[in-house]
Design a protein around this ligand. Structure first.
Ligand code: TRP
Length: 453
């Protein structure tokens, strides 16, 4: 059998997993969720959710992937041969593809904005026009579809080159760039008049907005942001060398993800308040607010602001790509492992599928806006279905399997890299407790709350 490709070293694995984690979820979704759910109160919930819920699930997926060196289907087939557990392969494949479909619509908008920034579309003399640009783009019958296609093609191309030459190389080059870019934007954002109100909003919790739905939203966001419950982390972990420490990779990824989400909040919220826009203005936040700010800055420093706008939208495209490749890779590994299909063919098949669903999601902002599924547009339906149900179900099954179906000795062996990882050895009791009891219980609670809500 061909030897499985492994990431070059632990930092390469962390870079790839952090690349998967850091994406539109951090830059686009987190800030507007913070805006809608009471600022700092939501951030506190988010931190708790990451430590008590997401980290155990992350570790459970890592254990399954690294133990078997296979994707979800193969992992389950190896650890519980001939049982229904192998259907996890199909569950995760479908969730990953649905997420990728609507994700690449937003990725497409980002590509469009990047091109607009190159064409100096956010200059000060167009400031009046900017607030309308987003709805005009999103509701256009074909323009966002072209962008969605381009974005998905880029994703497919990177994945087709494989784990090391495609995914690892792309993530290790682009991630450091992202951090630098976000720091530059923060500096700008903070220098705007009235920006301190945004800072206050991010540090002062407003507990009045907190309720069961906020708690569930924070957990869902944490799930989404760490790419959990759909076998992505499992698949990536299957390429981690046996000697590497799983806990270190998990902590590294979770920290990078939290840090980036908070940085994105500080890049965006101060500017939002400065521009006098409602913090709870929803999914259009970064596509309406940021261009506006660039135009504002552009009154005094047109060249600099144009450059910043270009770099910023490039950063969003790149962040989205490092995540979308992980979603596609999840599906590709399934087709390659279960069906024995060649990598390039698998990429092509999944490209076609997600392209179609993505088009429907895209059209749901325009020609198909009156088509509703359970009271949501197609786009919202895909988002809610995966975030609230499919990912939670996947997360539950992964932790349940590791906590209750695998032997404790095996879990310990894998999590501590055969006893070599001292930190994991020391924390094993707590981690195992979180994986076995806390995470599944919390997930069931979320699941039921979602059903009731
Ligand atoms: N985590 C990514 C983000 O925050 C999105 C993502 C990538 C994802 N892979 C995933 C979400 C798997 C859920 C499951 O943007």
């Amino acid at each position: 059998m061909k030897k499985r490709e492994t990431f070059s070293n632990r930092s390469a694995a962390i870079m790839a997993m952090a690349g998967s984690a850091i994406g539109l979820g951090n830059i686009w979704r987190f800030p507007y969720m913070v805006g809608e759910n009471g600022g700092a109160a939501y951030i506190i919930l988010y931190l708790c959710a990451t430590v008590f819920l997401s980290l155990p699930i992350f570790l459970a997926e890592s254990i399954l992937g690294r133990r078997t060196q296979l994707g979800t289907y193969g992992a389950m087939q190896t650890l519980a041969p001939g049982t229904g557990w192998r259907n996890m392969g199909f569950l995760t494949l479908s969730s990953a593809l649905i997420i990728l479909s609507f994700y690449s619509v937003v990725g497409g908008w980002s590509c469009d904005y990047f091109l607009q920034s190159l064409a100096l579309g956010f200059s000060h003399d167009r400031i009046e026009d900017i607030p309308l640009m987003f709805s005009r783009l999103a509701s256009h019958p074909w323009q966002p579809i072209v962008c969605h296609t381009v974005f998905l093609l880029l994703t497919a191309l990177i994945v087709a080159f494989g784990v090391k030459k495609g995914i690892e190389r792309f993530s290790t080059i682009t991630l450091p760039l992202l951090f630098i870019l976000i720091l530059i934007i923060i500096a700008y954002s903070l220098s705007l008049p009235g920006s301190f109100k945004g800072v206050t909003y991010l540090i002062k919790p407003d507990f009045s907005k907190m309720g069961p739905s906020t708690v569930v939203a924070a957990m869902g966001q944490s799930f989404f942001s760490l790419s959990l419950g759909v076998g992505t982390i499992l698949t990536y972990s299957s390429h981690i060398d046996k000697k590497e420490h799983l806990l270190g990779s998990g902590l590294g990824t979770a920290l990078a993800d939290i840090l980036f989400a908070i940085l994105a909040g500080f890049a965006i919220m101060p500017a939002v308040f400065s521009a006098g826009i409602e913090p709870g203005s929803g999914p259009g936040l970064i596509f309406e607010t940021l261009p506006y700010i660039f135009a504002q800055i552009g009154e005094h420093t047109p060249v600099l602001s144009a450059i910043i706008a270009i770099l910023f939208f490039l950063a969003i495209v790149v962040a989205a790509l490092t995540s979308s490749i992980s979603l596609l890779e999840t599906g590709v590994s399934y087709l390659v492992e279960e069906k024995g299909i060649r990598r390039w063919t698998a990429v092509l098949i999944l490209f076609a599928l997600t392209w179609v669903v993505g088009c429907l999601c895209s059209l749901s902002f325009g020609p198909l806006q009156d088509v509703h599924l359970f009271g949501c547009t197609i786009f919202d339906f895909c988002d809610k279905l995966t975030a609230n149900f499919m990912m939670t179900l996947g997360g539950f099954l992964f932790t349940f399997f590791v906590g209750w179906k695998m032997s404790k000795a095996d879990v310990r062996d894998e999590l501590t890299s055969g006893g070599e990882d001292r930190l994991a050895v020391r924390c094993f009791g707590v981690l195992y407790f979180l994986i076995r009891y806390i995470a599944p219980l919390v997930i069931i609670t979320i699941f039921i709350t979602n059903l009731v809500l």
